[in-house]
Write a protein that binds this ligand. Structure first.
Ligand code: DX5
Ligand code: ZN
Length: 223
C-alpha cells in the first residue's frame, strides 16, 4: 500500500508539532526525520533530543534516516529517544550487517539507504535483514532537489528482487518526490514516499500532503 512520509526537513522547525499535525491530517502515516552531521553530508540538522520531543508530539511512527559517520555509536540514543524505524547508509557503514543487527537488537525496524551512485545488487545478501530499503533519488543533504531519473530502475530492480527472493521488505524513495514525479515512482514499485518540499514547502502542509497522496493513489490504482 502506498504511504506518504512527510519529511520535516522542509518544515518550520519553530512550529514542528503543528507542522507534523497538519501533515498527519493531510494523510501522512509515518514521519521522516533527516539526521545530518556535516561530515557524511554537507549539512547539519537534528539529533536525538528533537526525536524525543517529536515522540511526545505525535503517535505516528518516526522514520529516522541517519546521514552520519559512525552510525553505530548513535543507534542506542535514537532507540531511547523513541525512533521506530532507523535507516543507515550503505556508504557510511564499515560493517553493515552488524549495524542492522544492532538496530534490530534495540527494538527498531532496520533500513538500509543507497546513494544514487550505489547499485542495488550490492545489498542482496542483507536484504532478508531489512524492513525497508530507501532509494535516495537525490544526493543526500538538502531538500528541494531534482529527482534523478535512473532511480526508477533501482526501484524496479528492488521490486524484482523482492519477488525472486520471496522477501517482504518495503521500498522507500526519498528526494524530489513531487506532483510531476510521483506517478512514475509509484508505478516503478515504490510504496513509501518521502516528501519534504512538496508537503511543507508552501506552508500548506495539510492541503499539499493530501494532494500528493491523492496523486500517488491514483497512479497506484492504474498499475
Ligand atoms: C535529503 C533528505 C530528504 C529530503 C527530501 O537528503 O534525505 O528526506 O527531505 O526533500 P525533498 O522531498 O524536498 O526532495
Ligand atoms: Zn531523508
Amino acid at each position: 500500500m502506498v504511504e506518504l512520509l512527510p519529511s520535516i526537513l522542509s518544515a518550520d522547525f519553530a512550529r514542528l508539532a503543528d507542522e507534523v499535525a497538519a501533515a498527519e491530517r493531510g494523510g501522512g502515516t509515518v514521519i521522516h526525520v533527516d539526521v545530518m552531521d556535516g561530515h557524511f553530508v554537507p549539512n547539519i540538522t537534528i539529533g536525538p533530543p528533537v526525536v524525543q520531543s517529536l515522540r511526545k508530539a505525535t503517535k505516528l511512527p518516526l522514520d529516522c534516516h541517519l546521514m552520519i559517520e559512525n552510525p553505530d555509536e548513535y543507534i542506542p540514543a535514537f532507540a531511547e529517544a523513541g525512533a521506530n524505524w532507523l535507516s543507515v547508509h550503505y556508504e557510511a557503514c564499515r560493517h553493515l550487517h552488524r549495524s542492522l543487527e544492532l538496530i534490530a537488537h534495540h527494538g527498531m525496524k532496520p533500513g538500509v539507504v543507497l546513494n544514487p551512485a550505489t547499485r542495488v545488487d550490492l545489498i542482496i545478501d542483507i536484504l532478508p535483514m531489512v524492513h525497508h530499503v530507501l532509494i535516495m533519488s537525490v544526493n543526500p543533504g538538502f531538500g528541494g532537489q531534482q529527482f534523478i531519473p535512473f532511480s526508477l530502475d533501482k526501484i524496479r530492480r528492488l521490486a524484482e528482487l523482492r519477488q525472486d527472493l520471496g522477501l517482504t521488505y518495503r521500498i522507500e524513495v526519498d528526494g524530489g518526490v513531487a506532483h510531476d514525479t510521483v506517478a512514475q515512482i509509484v508505478q516503478a514499485g515504490a510504496e513509501l514516499l518521502v516528501a519534504g518540499n512538496a508537503v511543507f514547502g508552501a506552508a500548506h502542509a495539510e492541503r499539499d500532503a493530501r494532494a500528493l497522496l491523492a496523486a500517488a493513489r491514483e497512479a497506484a490504482s492504474q498499475t
